[in-house]
Design a protein around this ligand. Structure first.
Ligand code: ZN
Ligand code: ZN
Length: 232
């Protein structure tokens, strides 16, 4: 007899870590309405386009994805699995939050997210008071509206002050960037003032905690801020 008290467990444990990573990345890109094409995935994953193509084909075969002329899309099952993996990843980040530096939470959670069960996930959600964002400010699945009003730092003009709310998931993958941001206090909850924007140089200079920091736009566009002042 089936024990109906057991939570429904998607077949997460049987998915390889590689496929889980692809599911997460495709979920993030689809959520942000970015194109999900092989070359872009190859860039983001740091692998060759043929490797991506092979993995995507396997994922189509296994029912996680569909592919058409415009790119790749998660099936309902793929989307559900991605949401579970994302939620577990974020809960693992919170679980480590008091133990590890902020810049190491993502990498550590990445190892742990594959191992956690549905019942542990449920218990953690309750213990952590149902968080809506991860420690980097990214939304747990279902709470995307929470971050909708935050804009990339690159959209704030010189002289304006803003509150850092979120470091985008794609930047979480970059350990050196996270370490740099943490060392400069460019983390959620900190106030920044934009001192200079240099479009020709693709850099932005901000002041945080009395110190000036120069950032390339490639990094600054992943820092989302809340501002009550008009934007550019
Ligand atoms: Zn993360
Ligand atoms: Zn995070």
């Amino acid at each position: 007899m089936t024990d109906i008290t057991q939570p429904v467990e998607p077949r997460i444990e049987s998915i390889s870590a590689t496929v889980q990573d692809y599911l997460l990345l495709i979920y993030i890109l689809e959520r942000d309405q970015e194109p999900v094409v092989g070359s872009h995935l190859a860039d983001l994953l740091g692998v060759t386009p043929p490797t991506v193509t092979n993995t995507l084909k396997r994922m189509v075969r296994d029912g996680w994805l569909t592919m058409d002329g415009r790119g790749t899309h998660l099936t309902t099952e793929g989307l559900n699995a991605a949401k579970v993996i994302m939620r577990r990843h974020m809960l693992m980040e919170w679980m480590m939050e008091k133990t590890l530096p902020w810049s190491q939470l993502h990498a550590e959670a990445h190892h742990l997210e594959h191992a956690i069960s549905a019942s542990a996930e449920k218990a953690l959600m309750e213990q952590l008071n149902n968080p809506q964002n991860c420690p980097h400010g990214n939304p747990l699945p279902g709470y995307e509206q929470q971050v909708a009003g935050w804009v990339p730092l690159t959209r704030v003009e010189a002289g304006k002050t803003a509150l850092i709310r979120r470091i985008h998931e794609l930047a979480e993958e970059n350990n050196e960037l996270l370490t740099y941001l943490e060392s400069r206090n460019l983390v959620p909850g900190k106030q920044v003032t934009v001192c200079e924007v240099l479009p020709f140089n693709e850099t932005i200079c901000v002041e945080v905690g009395g110190q000036q920091v120069t950032l390339g736009n490639a990094a600054a566009r992943y820092i989302f801020v809340e501002t009550t002042q008009p934007l550019i």
